[in-house]
Design a binder for this molecule. Sequence first.
Ligand code: ADP
Ligand code: MG
Length: 727
Amino acid sequence: MWIAKKREHYGGTYMGTEAKNKIFCENEVNVEEIFATNVYTPNTMKERLPKDVYKEITQVIEQGGELSKITANIVANDMKEWAIEKGATHYTHWFQPLTGITAEKHDSFITHPDKNGKMLMDFSGKELIKGEPDASSFPSGGLRATFEARGYTAWDITSPAFIKETATGPTLCIPTAFCSYTGEALDKKTPLLRSMEAISKQALRIVRLFGNTEATKVTASVGAEQEYFLIDQKKALQREDIIFSGRTLFGAPAPKGQEMDDHYFGVIRERIGAFMHELNVELWKLGVTAKTQHNEAAPAQHELAPIYESANIAVDHNQLVMETMKRIAGKHGLRCLLHEKPFQGVNGSGKHNNWSITTDNGVNLLEPGETPNENVQFLLVLACIMKAVDTHADLLRQSASNVGNDHRLGACEAPPAIISMFLGEQLEDVVEQLVETGRASKLKEGGVLQTGVSTLPDFKKDATDRNRTSPFAFTGNKFEFRMVGSEDSIGSPNTILNAIVAEAFCEAADVLEKTEDFDIAVHDLIKEYMTKHQRIIFNGDGYSQEWVEEAERRGLPNIPSMVEAVETLTTEKAIKLFERFGIFTKAELESRAEILYETYAKTINIEALTMIDMANKQIIPAVIRYTKELADTILAVTSAGSDASVTKELLKQITILLTEMKEACCYLAEEEAKASAMPRGKEQAFYYREEIVTAMEKLRKPADELEKIVGKEYWPFPTYADLIFEV
Ligand code: ADP
Ligand code: MG
């Protein structure tokens, strides 16, 4: 709602000078003022902490290591004071267990009152640095027996503490890693941090080879574009499937889908706009750089993109984005669906994970450079990434799999399930020339070459084309990994990216550090890698059947589903990679595989039970009521001497579908009972995938057919048209 001044302005009334150039809006915010006000940022620390304490903490943030006990106590005390000034009464270690979401257990700052009954709020260095939640109810995949329930949370000093403002009141959240008593990672953050160290170390070896002696660290940066759906909360609550599984398990398509392309980038409706505005404000306060917002391809689908930042913080922030979206949606009478495929027949949601690597002296290793030296470095990095992605395509595929994403990947809308790399015309041509002739002295677009002695061309940023069907696309100075599911943590994809590229860098550095003639050696290595791994490059239509066949000819893996992807974690190749760089132990990998199988089985089980419930208690009774209405009509019409053949035909048609539905429902119930009685693990997960998912489809089909012909007022819950067109 606009305030008076604004109305005057539009009404033609002359406004005061200071107001003249300003549009007034009731919900106006000053972003510069509110940004990161709820974050204990390095700046906050600089202002508040004694100089030497600040120095020590920055050093640990930048270079690693541990805080001294004294410093930890000073920081904890100041953090508490800061939080209390902002109204906080509680703190929590905030961590990311293998459930894929975040976990928190709140403790207040209160202590024993003194003898006069006065309360003193306290928070020690020990409490800041380490927590000991009873962790027996988090997935551990056998790493931690239930009797050894202790889990540890440890402060991740590289991600700043923040205050979350929810109905529980402002709470100080301390980002932490979560490990077992014996130090095994039980979360998504620990391996990510390990992988960031690995890539930093190996990338430094590469830049040193090119004479960069200044850089001390290389950081993986990530910008995650988040897609989501918003529907009306009241309608959502009328559907068990949305409540229990976050997606619709039944639903005939609405007469209109996304074929008109009128939602993508369309005008944002007022109700959605109000949500986006509040979401942005909340995110800005949390230091999340929410930057872009727009309507997406499917009706009721939207996107938010922040500005990229260090991978670790980006992972935390993406969790905050998802959490905040859900919370703010509730305040607007909306429900935010983050599921990868909430509605059949329209696009699902994903997350584009934009990834790059940059030295602390400002060189983006994925940016074609200005000088010949930088260009050769760029080509070597590119060759290493080709090698990494080709060698570990299976792992990358796995990192983007979750139960919901099975509905997207390979289903002709999101990227295919086959990993390939898109480089753009110019770069692809360079690779081809190098592979064929060992030289690449011409640029396809006729640009001037300036590469000194080498046989490699100079580059200009190639902004000419974008291939939207590629799962892993080079977009100028970053790679965009487009396979990730909308609901998934981006922890795993980035851990894998860092790990596989670290390995390729390491192997290249092993060769190049030993050579006498670096120029020749680097040239040969680039050619060797590009030749060996050229098969991973694909610039065509990733959604086509031809590509599936071509990929098979090339020997690229095509892993169709989440359960089939699990094994990639425990191959000899994977174990060697992860153990070499200290990212996962074999035991950790095996435990993760086990958790994935269990998660799959449990998720499908909930979906199956929900379908059975909805079918038996809602759809079938509703259809029966309608058949009674039809039967009564037939009797009345016939006794009035008229022709009831249309009604009779309809009744017949409905009865056939109803029988089919009841049978399918009984079959699903039987199969579900079998599946849930199986011992947990791989075999059970595959049974769910093969038998239960198929039985669910069989039940959905007649139900959706019925929805199309049963009277609207009889249908027991809101339809697709109600849900995605009337938000
Ligand atoms: P789109 O892919 O929709 O064209 P953009 O190119 O604007 O969008 O970028 C999308 C995301 O990529 C944003 O989150 C942006 O911050 C991020 N991004 C841009 N440059 C980099 C980079 N060098 N490294 C990592 N992420 C980046
Ligand atoms: Mg994108």
